[in-house]
Every structure is written in C-alpha cells, then in structure tokens.
Design a protein around this ligand. Structure first.
Ligand SMILES: Cc1cc2nc3c(=O)[nH]c(=O)nc-3n(C[C@H](O)[C@H](O)[C@H](O)COP(=O)(O)OP(=O)(O)OC[C@H]3O[C@@H](n4cnc5c(N)ncnc54)[C@H](O)[C@@H]3O)c2cc1C
Length: 328
C-alpha cells in the first residue's frame, strides 16, 4: 500500500501560509515514519515557495511555476494536483483549512474519484483508507467518517493541529505533470486581489485572540467599544452578520456560516446572541467568553466564562483593566 501523502501549498507572500504548515503536520501523521510527504506549489515564484516546504523538512516538491495559476480560481488547480497525486501514487491529499483549501477539496476529489472531508480535527490511517473526525452542528456533535476507496482528500480545521516545524532538508523540486492551464479553467480570471482592510491588528484567520461584536452594540459608533478592547488585547476584530448586514463594519469581519471560521485561543463575544449560524464559525475556539445582558442567550451555552450584564458598562471597564495590567 502507498505511503505517500501530498500537501498542496498555499502562498503567503513569498512563503507558505500557516494553514499549509498545519496540513503538513496531518500529512506526516498519516504517512507515518516510513512514509513520504510530498509538497505541491503553483503560481508565480512557486519554485521559491517550494523552499518553504524544504524549510520545514519536506524536500520533495512538485512545482507548477506558471504565473497564470495566480489568476485562476483555486478549484482550477484540481487537475494538476490530482495528476501529481496520481503520479506519486499518493493515498491522501491534504490541504490547509483556508478558503483556498476548502475551494480545492471538492475538485481534487472529483478528479481523483476519491472521498473527501472538510474541516477535520483528527485524521488516522486505517486499512480501508483514512478515518477522520470533525465537528458538526455548530460543534454540538462530532462526526466520524471513513474515507474509503483508495484515495482521500481532506482539509484541516484551522488551528486544530500545530504548524509543522523543521528540521530543514534539501529541496528536490520536480515539474508538475499535466500543469498547462486550459483557457476554460482560467475563467473567470482574477484580475486583482485587494487585501481586506484590517487596521493595525492581526488578521482574523491567524489571531490568537478575537473580539467580536454583535447587534447589542447598537450602532457603528457603539462598535468602537469592541475595537478598543481588541486593540488593548492585541486581538483581531470580528462581527456577527447583524453588524455586517447593517453596514456597520465590512463583511470581511463576519464570523460564522457565511463568514469566516476562526479557532483562536480566546474568543470574546460582545452583544452577540449566539445564533447557530454564528456558533459554527467560532465554537472550536479554545476559550470562549460571552458578554450579554440576557442570561438566557444561547451564546452562554458554549461559553467557558460569561458576563451577564450591560456591555456598555462591562466592556469599557474590561478595556481599562487590560490597559492597566499591560501598562498600555
Ligand atoms: C443562511 C444564514 C446564514 C447566516 N450566516 C451568519 C454568519 O455567518 N454569521 C452570523 O453571525 N450570523 C449569520 N446569520 C444570522 C444569524 O442567524 C443571526 O441573525 C445573527 O448572528 C445575529 O447577530 P447578533 O447576535 O449580533 O444579533 P442578535 O441576535 O440581535 O443579538 C444581539 C444580542 O445582544 C444582546 N444585547 C443587547 N443589548 C445589550 C447590552 N446593552 N449589553 C449586553 N448585551 C446586549 C442581546 O441580549 C442579544 O443576545 C445567518 C443567517 C442565515 C439564515
């Protein structure tokens, strides 16, 4: 039986994004000590990015160094990724839990005729394939799936696994097979990528602490209380859909089913009721703190710590205390 696992690398500047390093951790566990983890990178400067794999000990990297891939939607990469996986005889393809990874999983699975799962928090090799576990129903249950039938394709839930570290190894790049993008795959072409405004703080996806605000803040001006607390903590700012729908803050800040999924060490929900569509985006956070004036709000059911009271009193007091303790 093959012991090769392919990891698709996502770019972050000239290097590899954090979710890719988490995917490498999963791939190593699946491949086992005798197996091989194989990297895959595409786009402009992919050869340079392959060095990011070598820096964390993955020397064998399939490279599609072609700038046209940068303009293509992630799903268009499914064909060369599947070709590389077939060529190497990989029994699994693992991608990070970003939107890039989630967009890719379905296409790669179809191209390989493989089973697939998104957002896994556990993955284990079994004789029939790969057994995975992942939270479902907003974290109220854990689903176990057996991905059988030869090959498995999976994306990893953000922050569920540590990012892979070295030791570095020497890079052994090889050209990707079947890596000529077909014109139809490049449509719709991406003509520009504008970074979402995120102020001076950390981005939502990688932040160790996220402070999110909801309708309870009453207005765009009221929402400043959340931003001040986030600033004092060095946290990223999130929002419920009530806030983004009202136009108080951009949709790039939305956490939940139709927004971002976050799994920080600490998630503080301010004036958020805890609708299921919000919970699915944050319930795997390590510690959840809720501030809400309604003691029966559903958010308290998933919170580790709850402050039942008026946010307009509690949040400024909390911010002042954080500033005092941190001397800022
Ligand atoms: C298909 C679909 C997809 C969706 N996707 C998302 C999504 O991705 N993300 C998302 O968030 N929602 C999503 N929603 C919407 C979701 O169902 C809720 O409507 C939304 O999350 C509610 O936002 P909220 O908690 O800010 O507002 P509310 O539910 O109105 O809650 C406001 C809370 O503030 C509290 N509050 C009020 N005043 C104070 C005060 N002075 N001090 C303290 N607390 C106070 C209240 O007690 C209340 O619990 C989706 C809905 C659908 C149908």
């Amino acid at each position: 039986m093959s012991d090769v696992v392919l990891v698709v690398g996502e770019a972050d500047g000239d290097g590899l994004a954090e979710p890719t390093r988490e995917a490498v951790t999963v791939a190593r566990r699946l491949a086992g000590s005798q197996g091989t983890v194989l990297g895959f990178v595409a786009g402009r400067g992919a050869s340079g990015r392959a060095a990011g794999f070598a820096a964390i000990g993955v020397g064998q990297v399939v490279v599609a160094d072609d700038p046209r891939w940068d303009a293509a939607p992630p799903a268009a990469l499914a064909r060369p990724v599947a070709a590389a996986a077939s060529n190497a005889g990989a029994f699994a393809v693992v991608v990070g839990g970003s939107s890039f990874g989630r967009d890719l999983v379905g296409g790669v699975a179809v191209a390989l005729g493989a089973s697939a799962a998104n957002g896994v928090t556990e993955a284990e090799r079994i004789p029939e394939g790969v057994r995975v576990r992942r939270p479902v129903f907003g974290g109220r249950a854990t689903e176990e799936r057996r991905l059988e039938g030869g090959r498995a394709v999976l994306s990893v839930r953000p922050h569920a696994f540590p990012a892979a570290e070295g030791p570095p190894t020497s890079l052994r790049p090889e050209p990707a097979p079947n890596a000529e993008p077909a014109p139809a795959q490049l449509a719709p072409a991406r003509t520009a990528v504008a970074a979402a405004s995120r102020g001076a703080g950390p981005g939502l996806a990688d932040a160790a602490i996220v402070v999110s605000g909801g309708r309870g803040l009453r207005s765009p001006e009221g929402f400043r209380l959340v931003e001040e607390l986030a600033e004092a903590l060095g946290a990223a700012v999130g929002a419920s859909r009530a806030v983004t729908d009202a136009g108080w803050r951009p949709t790039s800040m939305q956490v939940g089913q139709t927004g971002r999924t976050v799994s920080p060490q600490l998630y503080i929900a301010v004036g958020i009721s805890g609708a299921i569509q919000h919970l699915v985006g944050m319930v795997s956070s390590r510690v959840i703190v809720a501030i809400n004036s309604d003691p029966s709000a559903p958010i308290f059911r998933v919170a580790d710590y709850g402050l039942a009271g008026d946010l307009f009193e509690l949040v400024p007091a909390l911010t002042a205390e954080v500033r005092r303790v941190r001397g800022s």
